[in-house]
Design a protein around this ligand. Structure first.
Ligand code: ADP
Ligand code: MG
Length: 331
C-alpha cells in the first residue's frame, strides 16, 4: 500500500511564502508510485487549512491518517522544534530533526556555543537579551571590530539582519532585530566566500558536494535571496580544491552531529582568502524550491530530487521505529 505523506507547509513565520514554493516542489518531485502526498497548509495566523478529502482522512478510524509528515516550514513555529514536539506527541513519524536538533539549530546563540564547545571554528559573537542594557557601539566595536552583523537569535531568510558599519546605524539595527526575537546576536564581520554543504542521514550522515552563493548585494540579504532575481549566483559544485572540499564535508557532518540533527540539514560556511573555514550556521529545514541549494547539491552529488525525498521519508520511518522501542514511558 502507498504511504500517505502529509506535506505540512506555510506557517506563521516571516518565511511563509518561501515555504509555499518549497512545498510545491516537494509535492511535484515525490515518487507517486510509492507515496500519496497530501498538502496541509498552515495559514499566517497558524490555522490549519484542510480540504474535504483531508477532513475525511482525519475522521477515518485509522489511528493516524498520515504515515509520515514532511514539514516544509521555515523559521520559528516550523523549524524550531515546536511542530516537531507536536508531531512527536501525536506519535507520527516526521522528516528531519527532532525537538532538540531543531531548537538548537534555530537558535544562533545556543548553536554557536555548542559548536565552539566542540572545537568547530566560528566567528566571534555577543548575545543580548531585550531586558539587558544595550552596549554602546564603541564597546561592540572594541570586542568585535567593525562592521558587525546584528541578527535576531531565532529567525531565517536574513529577516531582521543588518550589517552595521557606523555608530548611527547601530540603534536602528538593534531595534529591528528585537522585533523578531527577545534575544539577538552581534557578530564580527567575516570576509570571505559563502560555501554551503548538504547533509543527509541519521546515525551515519553523508555530505554532498559543496556549492557557492555569490551575492551581488552587499550581503546575502532577504532581497538578494528572494526579491531580486539576480540577487545571487549559485555555483554547484563550488570551485574548490580537493582538500578544502573534504574539510568542508567533514566539518559539515561534525556540525550536524554536534547539534543533534537528524534527516537533513544544510551547513553554511565562510571561506576566507587564507583558506580558513568558519561555520556560519546550520539550517535544519533548508529551502526546497527548484533553485534551492539543498536539492541541487544532492543532484550534483548523484541523488535526484525524487530519490532525495524518498530517502528522507525512509529516514523518518527508521528514526521513528528506533525511538518506538525505547522505554520512555513507565507503564
Ligand atoms: N558574521 C558575518 N560576516 C559576514 N557576512 C555575514 C555574517 N553573518 C551573516 N552574514 C551575511 O548575512 C547572510 C544571512 O546571515 P545568516 O546568519 O545566514 O542568517 P539566516 O539564518 O537568516 O540565513 C549570510 O548569508 C551572509 O551573506
Ligand atoms: Mg543563512
Amino acid at each position: 500500500m502507498k504511504k500517505v505523506i502529509g506535506i505540512l507547509f506555510g506557517g506563521k513565520s516571516a518565511e511563509h511564502e518561501i515555504s509555499l514554493l518549497s512545498a510545491k516542489n516537494v509535492y511535484d518531485a515525490m515518487d507517486k508510485t510509492r507515496f500519496d502526498p497530501v498538502m496541509i497548509k498552515i495559514d499566517k495566523n497558524g490555522k490549519w487549512e484542510l480540504d474535504n478529502d483531508q477532513m475525511l482522512l482525519l475522521n477515518s478510524d485509522k489511528l493516524s491518517p498520515f504515515d509520515v509528515i514532511f514539514p516544509i516550514l521555515h523559521g520559528p513555529f516550523g523549524e524550531d522544534g515546536t511542530i516537531q514536539g507536536f508531531l512527536k506527541l501525536a506519535n507520527i513519524p516526521f522528516v528531519g530533526s527532532g525537538v532538540l536538533g531543531s531548537a538548537v539549530g534555530m537558535d544562533k546563540d545556543v548553536m554557536k556555543r555548542l559548536l565552539r564547545d566542540a572545537g568547530i571554528p566560528i566567528g566571534k559573537f555577543l548575545t543580548l537579551k531585550s531586558h539587558e542594557p544595550v552596549p554602546s557601539f564603541a564597546e561592540i566595536k572594541s570586542a568585535l571590530g567593525a562592521p558587525v552583523f546584528v541578527k535576531p537569535a531565532n529567525m531565517g531568510s536574513s529577516v531582521g539582519i543588518s550589517k552595521v558599519t557606523e555608530e548611527p546605524e547601530f540603534a536602528a539595527a538593534v531595534k529591528d532585530a528585537f522585533q523578531y526575537d527577545t534575544k539577538i546576536i552581534m557578530e564580527e564581520f567575516i570576509p570571505g566566500r559563502e560555501i554551503e554543504c548538504a547533509v543527509l542521514g541519521n546515525e551515519d550522515p553523508i555530505a554532498s558536494i559543496p556549492g557557492e552563493i555569490i551575492p551581488s548585494h552587499d550581503f546575502y540579504s532577504y532581497d538578494a535571496k528572494y526579491i531580486d532575481e539576480k540577487g545571487a549566483a549559485l555555483e554547484i559544485p563550488a570551485k574548490l580544491d580537493k582538500e578544502t572540499t573534504k574539510r568542508i564535508q567533514e566539518i559539515s557532518v561534525k556540525v550536524f552531529q554536534v547539534l543533534s540533527c537528524e534527516g537533513l540539514s544544510r551547513v553554511d560556511f565562510f571561506l576566507k582568502d587564507n583558506g580558513e573555514l568558519i561555520v556560519n550556521e546550520i539550517n535544519t529545514i533548508p529551502g526546497f524550491t527548484k533553485i534551492s541549494m539543498y536539492p541541487k547539491m544532492w543532484e550534483a552529488s548523484g541523488i535526484s530530487y525524487t530519490e532525495l525525498i524518498t530517502r528522507l521519508i525512509e529516514l523518518a520511518i527508521a528514526r521513528h521505529e528506533k525511538e518506538r522501542l525505547l522505554k520512555t514511558s513507565v507503564v
